[in-house]
Design a protein around this ligand. Sequence first.
Ligand code: CMC
Length: 430
Amino acid sequence: MTNSSVELKYQNQSLQLPVFEGTEGEKGVDISQLRAKTGLITLDPGFVNTGSCTSGITFIDGDKGILRYRGIPIEVLAERSNFLETSYLLIYGKLPTADELEKFTQRVKRHTMLHEDIKRFYDGFPRDAHPMAILGSVVCSLSVFYQHETGDPAYLAELNRVRLLAKLPTIAAYAYKKSVGQPFIYPDNSRSYCENFLYMMFSTPAERYEVDPDLIDTLNLLLILHADHEQNCSTATVRMVQSSGASMWASITAGICALSGPLHGGANQEVIEMLEQIHADGGNVKKYVDLAKSKESSFRLMGFGHRVYKNFDPRAKIIKTACDKLLKKMKVADPLLDIAKQLEEAALKDSYFIEKKLYPNVDFYSGIIYRAMGIPVNAFTVMFALGRLPGWLAQAKELNEDKATKIGRPRQVYTGPALSDYTPIEKRKA
Ligand code: CMC
């Protein structure tokens, strides 16, 4: 808390609202006494000005394009860390020692298999089921395999965090195998986290399969970049569900469902579909930039704009470089990359995008890399979910350990009919 406060004058009352200051100088007005003292609530559609919690996990400065996990810049983690180490950092609040990381890695490895009965769930999904729907359904279903477990709640919470981290890649890879009609590939725990995922996705029992080390490195990078992003839509959803005391399985399922939306994680699929459409339309970039600006059209440049970043998205910068590097190494000439670059150039010069501070976000170039890796377009958002999982787990853990946590329950201002009579059915008018 700072010494400063904000004075609120309402009718004949005056109320001093304390100002809370975070480590990086961000300030928030504490309105927790507002309703009790004045009868007023705040109205903030989309929570554009509302802080739902204090958090020590991720710092973003949207104007300066800064993103840090537990104080460490994303650029540093992208260059020096791997996904499990970054997961540890997010969940436990510090970089692990070599011994801690080894133990954590081994624990995650021990839980990579799914209960055999889970495989039968996949029989019930249509072949073309969206993999995000499968991911959410299977994560939710997993809860019933552990529902009778008893013991120390902290121990069980920790076990479930490890299980979720271990099993999500297996669930995702099985969804892909189902869609292409190939046998499920069991995890191979001699492999690293990212290597194992690619192995379960792309190997078959019929042939030897070596995972390309460049793909493993790129996947580590992509998952790190997606690992947390403070109080975004899916993370806020995870926290909200967790605040009711629901299970971690339920909370993560809710996060997956929230992430699937096209304005959130689903944007990476939409970006590629948009680039494909522009390509099929002769590569007329200007036409689509104009369409995105038109008030008559609901078309938006997918992968552009962000609620918080109003200068640049640091993740997009790193991904663009990684994308160029990987495609060059793989000798892939993807025409969609050229279109994406032309689109970016045209938008960044356009006064509409400049004035509204719309820049490429994390989803703009990630799809092009996923395509080059052989990930099907409808599984792009699943890749985002694999990356975001440690962030969700860290945020849920933080919420559970915070003594100030209450069940999330926003207020509203009612705008429906005033007190009304119940009209008997025979007297009602159409
Ligand atoms: N193309 C064209 N116009 C846009 C775009 C866009 N991509 N994004 C925002 N605008 C315009 C919007 O029409 C509005 O104009 P006006 O003030 O004239 O009504 C103005 O910019 C502000 O937009 P907003 O929707 O009020 O801003 P927001 O902070 O509520 O939304 C956003 C942020 C990311 C949902 C939005 O920029 C968007 O829809 N982008 C495309 C979808 C996308 O790429 N989503 C991924 C986000 S990053 C990863 C993640 O969070 O999962």
